[in-house]
Each structure stands twice: as C-alpha cells, then as structure tokens.
Design a protein around this ligand. Structure first.
Ligand SMILES: Cc1cc2nc3c(=O)[nH]c(=O)nc-3n(C[C@H](O)[C@H](O)[C@H](O)COP(=O)(O)OP(=O)(O)OC[C@H]3O[C@@H](n4cnc5c(N)ncnc54)[C@H](O)[C@@H]3O)c2cc1C
Length: 430
C-alpha cells in the first residue's frame, strides 16, 4: 500500500488483517525487519516530501519516506548535513528512526534519534501522537530503535549539522594488525568527528586484522577555497557500472577477495593527512555501485554486526581470529568505536566497539555465528537487529535488557498487536 496522507495511513491500518501492518522504507535493512509476510506493508517512499526548512534553527521537517539522499541533495548546498549517516544514504527517515541508526561519529554525536526534535506517530489504535523526547519520552524512546513495531512514523523534524563545505578533510593510517588499529583508535578518535577502520578479515598470522583507518571532519570554507574548489557546498555523486558488468559471475571466490583486499591495503597510503574527499567517497562508497549486493551471486550473503562494551574489547580480537581462522572470505569488515547509548529501549548502540561484516552464505556459517553470538552476549554485548536475519530469540532479553519495558509501552500503543513484522515474530517481540 502507498498511503499519501494521514487519512490514507489510517485507512491502511483499518484494512489490515490479522497478519498485521508494517511501514517500510527503502528496504536497506539486511534482515527481515522490513518484511511482513502475508500481511500489509506500507511503502514509505511513496509519500516522500520535505515539508519545512528552518535555516536559522537548522531544522528540517520531512515525511518519514523521505530519503537521506534527498535531505543531502537539498540541505548540503544550504550548508547543512544530516546529523548521522549510515554507510548508504539510500535510507529513509522512518527507517533511520526505527533502527536508531548510527554512523562514523557515534563517539561524538550519538545515534539518529538523539537529533530527532519531534515526530508524528500513527499507533495501532489509529491515534496520531505528536511525540517529542521531552513531552512523551516513553513513546519517543520505544519508537527510537523500535523496528516499526510501535506504529508508523508519519513525519519528523530533524536537527541538522551546519557545515561550511561538502568536503571532508581526511587523515588515513595503515595499521599492520588489529592491536595496532585499536590502539590508534583509543588514542586518537576523540580528536576526530568521524572515524572508521576497514579491516582485512582474510589476512592471517602476524597480519591478522590489518586495517586502513580513515578519520576526518568537514573541511572549512577557507580550506576548500584554498584548494581551488569553486563551489564549496556542491553536492555531487557518481555512478559506476553495476556488478554484472564489473564482476563476471563466478569470479567471486576466496582468491579474488584476497586479491582485492591485498590491492586495497597496498593502495592505501601508510599515513596521510588532510586529504579532501567528497561526502560519497568518505561515507557512502557502496552507493557508487548500483546493485552491489548482486556481487554475492545467488547464494547471497548476510551481515553480522555486534557491539561489546569497552572492557570486552577482547571479543573483537577473538571474533576476527575465529572468522579469519575459519577461512571466511569476506570483503572488508568495518570497526568503529561507539559513545554512550541513549534511552531507546531497543536502540543498538552502547559505549564500546562495534564490528560489522558482510559474509557470503556458506555451509556451516550458521553454527559458527551462533557460537560467536553467544560470545558477544556473554561479554555484555548485542547484535544489531537492523542487520539481523538469524539470531536466536532466546538471546533477546540478555542483549536488550529493557525488552519487557518496551513491550509494556508497545502494548499501550498497539493493544491489538496490529503492527507486525517477520522480525517481530521470529524474535518473539510481539
Ligand atoms: C550499505 C549499507 C550500509 C549501512 N550502514 C549502516 C551504518 O553504518 N549504521 C547503521 O545504523 N545502519 C547501517 N545500515 C542499515 C540501515 O541504515 C538501516 O537498516 C535502516 O533502517 C534502513 O532504512 P530503510 O529506509 O531502508 O528502512 P527499511 O529497511 O525499509 O526498514 C527498516 C525498519 O524501519 C521500519 N520503518 C521504515 N519506515 C518506517 C516508518 N515510516 N515508521 C515506522 N517504522 C518504519 C521498518 O518497519 C523496519 O523495521 C546500512 C545498510 C546498508 C545497505
């Protein structure tokens, strides 16, 4: 269904049957959180629109189906960037709220919902709530990270980040192994707005966890003008051919991934400062290649992302060791540090380390990941629901200790359980 007004959203709720209803964004979640098999799914992007811009206050109001790509194309030339961006800008405001997404700046800026000033939520009773973090914290924080199960977000007002240019000043360091990159991050991340380490998961022995660490901030107007840039706030993107042209089928195997990772590591400078990079190059390299996911072929791939508290940093090393020891052929894994979490009952981030990787599906992978999940949870960590398609429901209460509190708020908002999803059923959230 593609409702375009409050009335049409209410009508969609009225018409949903016992398999329930779910709002969907651009479907960039990796698992089943945006699916509702046999039930109704609302096509959020069908009603995408920016409805208000307050340049003085740095606020933008838009419908939930509006993408971060649209926000950037509109707001960057006006001197504002989204407060948080994931590794793709092809996500919606609704998806960003429902997953309480994080970016390379979590250690400084927190997650998406820390920057949501207000939102309107249609709950399971057909009531539309005007929700602010101060006015109705219970509903706000149950919806922030609530994976679409407290209702459909209709629109939201977001506090944007002022910028003087659309380029980032990036420092790069090549680290020979995992311990070195983690030490660099502990020592220096606080000095940078954004930080991300790309880890080669295939390298073994003394090179295990070798990485390229990219850290940066938006460049000032003076810096980019001095570099000869004519339009400091221009937002431009590029498009490479899609994978079937780029990667002949059957080419993707352990040897080719190893060769790619080797080339990528050698190509990175061992140390470089102040390199000017576009928003797309620094934040969204995969957006340059349409349908990049097809690179994995018919068997597909899954994403595994966990976060563990700082004191459990050993889990990062043990999981990299285990995955590279098992010969898992993955492109780069992404390691980031997170700052403190927020009040979202099911929000993913906690202070510590988060590791995310795409893994081609192979026999035995499920057993290995089950074992790693247990290790993460035993260390006080959790798996990111927006990326999950397989974690055991039994681990939910330990991973998300405020689950029962969230269920109570949801029961008030949706006593008949009309908002449903495959993820909700699989993990026994409903
Ligand atoms: C290449 C890539 C890189 C990524 N990098 C990151 C990253 O760095 N950090 C990060 O946090 N995530 C990352 N993600 C995941 C992505 O940011 C989240 O999964 C996000 O939720 C996707 O938004 P979407 O609009 O595609 O939502 P969908 O995938 O369509 O839906 C996600 C959830 O949002 C709910 N939802 C959608 N619209 C509404 C609405 N209007 N009201 C209520 N609920 C709604 C859905 O029901 C579902 O539960 C990445 C994904 C990709 C593909």
């Amino acid at each position: 269904m593609a409702p375009r007004s409050d009335d049409e959203f209410e009508a969609a709720l009225e018409r949903s049957d016992d398999r329930g209803l779910l709002a969907r964004g651009l479907g960039r979640s990796y698992g089943d959180c945006a699916q509702n098999a046999g039930g109704t799914v609302i096509d959020g992007p069908a009603s995408a629109a920016i409805t208000d811009i307050d340049l003085e206050a740095g606020l933008v109001t838009a419908t939930a189906g509006t993408s971060l790509d649209t926000l950037m194309r509109t707001m960057v030339p006006l001197g504002f960037f989204v407060p948080v961006t994931p590794g793709t800008r092809m996500v919606t405001i609704g998806g960003a709220i429902a997953a309480d997404i994080h970016g390379k700046n979590h250690h400084h800026a927190g997650s998406w919902c820390n920057h949501v000033v207000s939102m309107r939520l249609l709950d399971g009773t057909g009531t539309i709530h005007e929700v602010t973090p101060g006015g109705d914290p219970e509903v706000f924080w149950a919806t922030a990270g609530g994976m679409g199960l407290t209702g459909a977000v209709l629109d939201a007002t977001i506090a944007m980040k002022p910028i003087e240019s659309s380029l980032l000043s990036v420092d790069t360091d090549r680290a020979p192994d995992l311990d070195s990159v983690m030490a660099l991050m502990v020592d220096g991340d606080d000095d940078y707005d954004y930080s991300v380490a790309w880890i080669d998961l295939i390298a073994g022995g003394s090179s295990m966890g070798r990485s390229v660490l990219d850290r940066g901030r938006f460049a000032t107007r003076d810096e980019v003008v001095a570099a000869g840039v004519a339009d400091p706030l221009e937002f431009s993107t590029s498009q490479l051919p899609s994978p079937p042209d780029l990667v002949p089928s059957g080419l993707l195997n352990k040897a080719s991934i190893m060769a790619f990772n080797e080339l990528w590591f050698r190509k990175a400078p061992s140390s470089r400062v102040g390199n000017l990079q576009s928003i797309e190059k620094f934040f969204h390299p995969l957006d340059m290649m349409s349908d990049w996911n097809r690179i994995y072929g018919k068997r597909g791939f899954l994403q595994w992302q966990f976060v563990v508290p700082d004191e459990a940093h050993e889990v990062v090393r043990r999981s990299v060791e285990r995955l590279s020891g098992e010969g898992i052929s993955s492109f780069l894994a992404v390691l980031k540090r997170m700052g403190p979490g927020n009040d979202g009952h099911l929000s993913f981030p906690i202070k510590g380390w988060t590791l995310a990787l795409d893994i081609p599906v192979t026999a035995g992978l499920d057993v290995l990941l089950d074992e790693l999940d247990e290790m993460v949870v035993a260390a006080g960590g959790r798996i990111y629901l927006a990326k999950d398609s397989r974690v055991s429901a039994e681990l939910m209460p330990a991973m998300y200790p405020r689950l029962d509190e969230w269920r109570e708020v949801r029961a008030k908002l949706d006593p008949q359980g009309r908002f449903r999803s495959d993820l909700g059923r699989r993990l026994g959230l409903l």
